[in-house]
Write a protein that binds this ligand. Structure first.
Ligand SMILES: Cc1ncc(COP(=O)(O)O)c(C=O)c1O
Length: 397
């Protein structure tokens, strides 16, 4: 034990506590669902999960995971290219590709790994990457790992800035343009038609991380690309299995056969880390099938988003606009956001406050996320709590 080192860490932790920005883990004792039991707060309504379609505790999804555990055991005890590939990996990857309209896909244990395993594999010396300034941390870190590529960040959603950066990168190959489909802290969506058009104009490769769009956006829940009618026109899609598609864990890259083959050969999280557990492969596969058989879930989610957003506005809040299932209320100060979420929790509403450094200083927010499985009664109870807490903290009169 190095006690000097621990003392240094404790000093930093104390500073977080003093600033009111220290995060407390909450412990759930029941499956993720619209209502859960929390050790620290009892029965609460969840408005902070990515369980957009409510499939985490869907019986068919659970059963598929159990069958997977029985059939394949706990795991591969190996990375994919040694002896870590089960037939269910191939089945799931074909299904993801078919679902998204790409030639092929490859799973990772998380979308974090997919994003951090993608860019450095395909962007070496003489290549370029242009990234939206509000992209998810996994994209930022993934792009950082591609240290030999020329890298640039364009102002959030600013197509003129993106075009200027594309001009600066002319002569490099490949040049990747990467964006979130749905921006996770804003709930807004990328301007994909313009981005795809610019990529075509400058012969760049489009990359969309649609982790928060899958299951939410588009008529059949295939995501932001479907929403814009661009299926087949985005070169590379990354996404997670840890949100709408069952919520366990897992991520993927989807794209051309050549891209996927190259990732199998060279992507470091593939080469040096275990495969997606077979149980998760089975439950995720069932989640995709379940979504296809129950497209009404997507409609139900959309109705819930509209109902809750309207309810917040009627109370006097001004949630950020956007078509996704993420409905944030900007409150400004980080400690204020955290204390507001604590007050909501005391009233049985589990919703997270986000502040700096997750979002820019001064734009701390309460981020609500809707699920297709929330009932009107649950949303009404949540809105009543928001009304009461809004008045208590002085946001509402
Ligand atoms: C846009 C985006 N990409 C990637 C991830 C990481 O997903 P995973 O939990 O599968 O690592 C997240 C998770 O929050 C995300 O919001």
């Amino acid at each position: 034990m190095n006690s000097a080192f621990d003392a240094q860490l404790n000093k930093e932790l104390d500073a977080l506590k003093a600033a009111g920005t220290y995060k407390h883990l909450r412990h759930l004792t029941t499956p993720m669902a619209p209502e859960v039991h929390m050790e620290e707060a009892g029965d609460v309504i969840v408005l902070s999960s990515n369980n957009y379609l409510g499939l985490s505790d869907q019986q068919e999804v659970i059963d598929a995971g159990i069958e997977g555990l029985k059939k394949y055991g706990a795991g591969t005890a190996s990375v994919r290219f040694i002896c870590g590939t089960f037939d269910i990996h191939r089945t799931l990857e074909k299904r993801i590709a078919e679902f998204l309209g790409t030639e092929a896909s490859l799973t990772y244990v998380a979308c974090w790994n997919a994003n951090t395993g993608l860019f450095a594999t395909i962007c070496g010396e003489g290549s370029g990457i242009i990234s939206d300034e509000l992209n998810h941390a996994s994209i930022i870190d993934g792009v950082r790992l591609a240290s030999k590529a020329k890298r640039a960040v364009y102002k959030h959603g600013d197509m003129a800035d993106l075009e200027a950066k594309l001009k600066e990168m002319q002569g490099l190959s490949p040049v990747l343009v990467v964006t979130d489909g749905v921006f996770s802290m804003e709930g807004s969506i990328a301007k994909l038609p313009e981005i795809v058009a610019l990529c075509k104009k400058y012969n760049a490769v489009s990359v969309v991380d649609d982790s928060h769009g899958t299951g939410v956006m588009g008529k059949t829940g295939r995501g932001t690309i479907e929403h814009f009618g661009l299926t087949g026109q985005v070169d590379i899609i990354t996404g997670t299995l840890g949100k709408a598609l069952g919520g366990a864990a897992g991520g993927f890259v989807a794209g051309s056969e050549a891209l996927i083959d190259m990732l199998i050969q060279r992507s470091r999280p593939q080469l040096f880390s275990n495969a997606l557990p077979a149980t998760v492969a089975c439950s995720s596969l069932e989640a995709i099938d379940y979504l296809d058989k129950h497209p009404q879930l997507v409609d139900r989610l959309r109705q819930n988003i509209a109902y809750f957003r309207d309810g917040l506005k009627r109370l006097g809040f001004k949630p950020l606009d956007g078509p996704s299932a993420i409905v944030p209320i900007i409150v400004g100060d980080t400690a204020f956001a955290i204390s507001m979420s604590d007050k909501l929790l005391k009233r049985g509403i589990f919703v997270t406050g986000f502040g700096f450094p997750v979002v820019p200083e001064g734009t701390a927010r309460i981020r609500t996320q809707l699920s297709a499985k929330l009932t009107k009664d649950e949303m009404d109870r949540a809105l009543a709590a928001f009304g009461a807490v809004g008045k208590e903290v002085g946001l509402l009169t």
